[in-house]
Design a binder for this molecule. Sequence first.
Ligand code: ZN
Length: 318
Amino acid sequence: MRLLQNWKYATFNPFSYCMNWKRIFVWLGLVGGLMAAVPSWGQTSAFTSMERNHLRVPTPGLFADSTHFSVRFDTLSVGNYCFPLPGAKVISPYGGRRRHSGVDLKTRANDTIRCAFEGVVRLSKPYAAYGNLVVVRHANGLESVYSHQSKNLVRSGQVVKAGDALGLTGRTGRATTEHLHFELRVNGEAFNPDLVFDLQQRSLRRIELVCRKEGQRVKVEARPAAPLPQFLPPRALPSPFIKPLFFELFKPIRIMDIEKAMTEGIVFKGSKKSAPKDENKVKTKAKKKTYITGLSGSGAAKMKAEIRRKRANRHKNS
Ligand SMILES: [Zn+2]
């Protein structure tokens, strides 16, 4: 009875109840547990490591001559680059606890997604949690990934320029809102797009991107761009012995050949319309894949063998 009387006068303060220092740990544990149990908590999209790794396709010949190469973004003129979703704001950054393989950019539904740099469309198709996906292999050696489109506007094998429309923003695949999931990759490995694009200012960073192969991984580092080497006129050089050495030291920056990027390693499924009906009767593994060169079936197998042979003999010939 006395207890009841006391209770009547006691004021219950929920704040002090929750903020008891012992209970703070209980609350933290509960929230942490919940966040661990629901991986998509507060996220716009999430990919499994299998899905992320399926896009991890090495670029043939990228590290054939050297263990490193650099891409200079300071020398790119306007028109040779484009922010992938003009006017967008970042709704989810790269990395973090869920190891986000890209950055989520948002404007509105069905907004035009633009190609970052010139290149060849390596993939344009729906794929698992990525939804409608476009992967572009660029002439500068990088790859960019655009995902969750409501509609893709390009096809595999198409040559694209910076600023070309690739698709419309949507929420296909595993996405909770209309946005663009944008990735930059080198040799199949994703890195922070914020190294190349200032995502707040939506501008290109005037840096030199150094990509270094270390074992199976590629280390990417953004450096302030060094001034371009000043060439001395060859006549001013003292001896014929030093001349070749000089040019070896100041070789122009290697830029991947676009033709090479098109013919090497890019495989996509041939469209059903173009395949003749009588050829479909015999289904071989080689037939299911068509090279960009247009060869299919045993021709593609021969082509593959030819490319493999060339690749193996590359160093012997040069
Ligand atoms: Zn994302």
